[in-house]
Write a protein that binds this ligand. Structure first.
Ligand SMILES: NC(=O)C1=CN([C@@H]2O[C@H](COP(=O)(O)OP(=O)(O)OC[C@H]3O[C@@H](n4cnc5c(N)ncnc54)[C@H](OP(=O)(O)O)[C@@H]3O)[C@@H](O)[C@H]2O)[C@H](O)CC1
Ligand SMILES: [K+]
Length: 512
C-alpha cells in the first residue's frame, strides 16, 4: 500500500472531487460519516460524554460533521472550536452553520480562555489539526493539547494526532496529541511507522473514503507499506523438476571464539528459507559445533583458531552473508578488505562486518553494488553519522544507499528497506523479536533468498517480511518474552504456509 505525502493526499482529494463531480463538502461528509459509523458501531448509543475539539480547517470540519451526526443519534456531546486562526475553511464554516441549525452551540476556545474540564471517563475527539499543520502550534493551543493528554481520557484522533506534522518530526513534542486511537483517511501516514513519531499513534486504522483509485494507482510514492498483498507476487515458486543446485549455494561467513552460535542461527535460517546448499566459513574453533548443530551445512575453516583471518572459498557462491559474530580483530579486518575487493557479487553484510566498514571507511567503495546492508540503528549511526530526527535519518540513509548503490535495511519495529530512492516499510514482527540472534536469522534468510535468485531488493523486502511473520507465529505460541532466535527459525516454514493460507470464508467456499 502506498504511503502518500501530504501534498499527494491533497492532490488525491482534488482528483476525486473533479472525477466524481462532487463538492468538497460532500467528500467531508463522506469522511465524517465513516468516523461516525466507526464510533456508533462500538458505542451503540452508550451515554458517555463525548468532547469534540475542532480546529478551524477541514480537520475541524470533519469534527463538526461528526458532532452533528452523533447529536442526531442522541449522543451526549460537547463541541469546542479551537479558534487558532481567522482563516476558517469554507467547509468548516458550512458545517458550523449546519451544526447550529441542529441547535448545537459550540464553545469557542481562544488564547485567553481557560482550559475546559476533561474527565478520565470522557471520550475526546481530536479534530484540531489534520495534515494541514505547517508550523508549531501557538503556546495556548499547545497547552490545550497537553491538557487533553494529561486528562487520560480516551482520545480518538481524526486523520492524524493533532500537532503531529506528517512530513517531518514535531517542533514541540509536548504539543502533540497522544492518541488512544487514530482513524486515518484512506492512506497510511509515514509517521505511524517511525520510532520518534509512532508512539503518538500507537493504534490506528484506515477508513476508506473512496479517494480516486486510479490516481492512487498511478502516483509514485517515496514510501510503500509492505503487507501480504505486496509480498505474494514476489514469491518465487519451486518447480517440480528441480534439484538442490537449482536453489543456490550460499556461504555464511562469520563467527569468532564464543560467537559461533550466530553462524549456526544464520545457516539454519538460510536452509529453512529454501537455499539448496549452505557452507559456513568460520574459525577453527567452530568446526565441531557447527558440524554437529547444523548437519545439513558444510564447514570451511581458516588457519586461526579463534578468529577469521582469511576468507578463501574454493567455489563461486551464489550468495554470501557476512559479519555475524565475526568480531573486529585486525586480521579479520584485513580478511574482509581482501574479500570485498575480490568479490563482485552482491552480498548480505551485517553486524561486525558493518562495524568494520564504519571504522575503515575506505572499504566502502569496495562493497559489491546491490549488496544488502542490514544495520540496526546504532550500526546505521556508525555508518552515516548522527541525525536529529527520523526524517533526517531516512534522508541520510537514502543518500548513503544511492551513493554506493546498495540496499539498506534499517532494522526496527517497522524495518525499512531503502533501495533506489524508495523506502519499503515492513508490517510484520513484534517486540519479542528484540532478542539475541534475531538479526543473525535475518541475515541467513536474506542470503538464502538471494541464493535462490531473488533480486537483492526483493530478497531484502521478502526476507524482512517473512522473518517478522515467523516471529509473529513464534510469539503466538511462546509469548514475547520466551521468543528466542531459534524459535524464529523453527517457524519459517509456518510463515511460508501462512503466506498462502486462504481466508476462512474462502476456504469454506473452495476447500481445495
Ligand atoms: N483526502 C482526505 O484525506 C480528506 C481530508 N479531509 C480533512 O482535511 C484535513 C486537512 O484540512 P486542512 O484544512 O487542509 O488542514 P488542517 O485542518 O489540518 O489545518 C487548517 C489550517 O490551519 C493552518 N495552520 C497550520 N498549522 C498551524 C498552526 N500551527 N497554527 C495555526 N494554524 C495553522 C493552515 O492554514 P494556513 O493558511 O494558516 O497555513 C491549515 O490549512 C485532513 O487532515 C482531513 O481531516 C477532508 O475532510 C476530507 C478528505
Ligand atoms: K486531528
Amino acid at each position: 500500500m502506498k504511503i502518500f505525502s501530504s501534498h499527494q493526499i491533497y492532490q488525491a482529494d482534488k482528483s476525486t472531487i473533479q472525477k466524481e463531480q462532487i463538492t468538497s463538502d460532500a467528500l467531508m461528509e463522506r469522511a465524517a460519516t465513516q468516523l461516525f459509523e466507526w464510533m456508533h458501531a462500538r458505542l451503540r448509543g452508550t451515554q458517555v460524554n463525548i468532547k469534540l475539539f475542532c480546529g478551524i480547517g477541514n480537520n475541524g470540519g470533519d469534527g463538526l460533521v461528526l458532532a452533528r451526526k452523533l447529536h442526531e443519534h442522541g449522543y451526549s456531546i460537547h463541541v469546542f472550536v479551537v479558534n487558532y486562526s481567522d482563516k476558517r475553511s469554507e467547509d468548516f464554516l458550512l458545517n458550523l452553520e449546519r451544526l447550529k441549525d441542529g441547535k448545537v452551540w459550540p464553545d469557542f476556545i481562544n488564547n485567553d480562555s481557560g482550559l475546559p474540564n476533561i474527565s478520565e471517563s470522557d471520550i475526546v475527539v481530536d479534530a484540531i489539526f489534520g495534515i494541514g499543520l505547517n508550523r508549531v502550534p501557538d503556546d495556548w493551543v499547545g497547552n490545550l493539547i497537553a491538557h487533553i493528554n494529561a486528562s487520560n481520557a480516551f482520545t480518538l484522533s481524526v486523520d492524524v494526532p493533532s500537532g503531529l506534522p506528517v512530513d517531518r518530526s514535531p517542533w514541540e513534542p509536548s504539543y502533540v496529541i497522544r492518541s488512544s486511537y487514530v482513524l486515518s483517511f484512506q492512506l497510511p501516514k509515514l509517521i505511524f511507522f517511525l520510532p520518534e513519531t509512532g508512539a503518538y499513534a500507537n493504534q490506528w486504522e484506515l477508513l476508506d473514503i473512496g479517494l480516486d483509485a486510479e490516481f492512487i494507482a498511478k502516483t509514485e510514492t517515496d514510501f510503500e507499506l509492505i503487507g501480504r498483498p505486496e509480498i505474494l507476487p514476489k514469491y518465487r515458486p519451486r518447480s517440480k523438476f528441480s534439484h538442490k543446485g537449482t536453489y543456490g549455494h550460499a556461504v555464511i561467513i562469520g563467527g569468532s571464539y564464543g560467537k559461533i552460535g550466530a553462524v549456526q542461527l544464520a545457516c539454519n535460517a538460510c536452509l529453512s528459507v529454501g537455499c539448496g546448499l549452505v557452507t559456513a566459513v568460520v574459525p577453527k574453533c567452530g568446526y565441531h559445533s557447527l558440524q554437529t548443530a547444523v548437519p545439513e551445512a558444510m564447514v570451511l575453516t581458516g588457519s586461526r583458531d579463534k578468529i577469521i583471518s582469511r576468507i578463501e572459498i574454493p567455489f563461486s557462491p551464489t550468495a554470501v552473508g557476512i559479519g555475524v559474530g565475526m568480531g573486529k580483530d585486525e586480521d579479520t579486518v584485513q580478511a574482509l578488505a581482501v574479500y570485498l575487493k575480490g568479490s563482485g557479487a552482491p552480498m548480505v553484510i551485517d553486524a561486525d562486518a558493518l562495524n568494520i566498514l564504519s571504522e575503515n571507511r575506505d572499504l566502502l567503495k569496495d562493497i559489491p553494488e546491490m549488496s544488502i546492508l542490514t544495520p540496526h540503528p546504532k550500526e546505521l549511526e556508525r555508518l552515516i553519522g548522527p541525525w536529529t530526527s527520523d526524517f533526517e535519518m531516512l534522508d541520510k540513509a537514502k543518500s548513503f544507499a544511492d551513493r554506493y548503490n546498495l540496499v539498506v535495511v534499517i532494522k526496527g519495529a517497522h524495518t525499512i528497506t531503502l533501495y533506489n530512492g524508495k523506502g519499503y516499510v515492513n508490517t510484520t514482527g513484534n517486540p519479542g523479536m528484540a532478542t539475541a540472534g534475531s538479526g543473525d536469522v535475518l541475515t541467513g534468510m536474506v542470503a538464502g533468498l538471494l541464493a535462490q535468485g531473488y533480486p537483492p531488493a526483493e530478497a531484502a523486502i521478502f526476507g524482512v517480511y517473512l522473518h517478522g511473520l515467523a516471529g509473529d507465529i513464534g510469539a503466538s505460541k511462546n509469548g514475547y518474552e520466551a521468543l528466542k532466535a531459534s524459535i524464529i527459525v523453527d517457524n519459517i516454514g509456518s510463515a511460508y504456509s501462512e503466506l498462502f493460507r486462504k481466508p476462512e470464508a474462502e476456504q469454506k467456499e473452495n476447500p481445495r
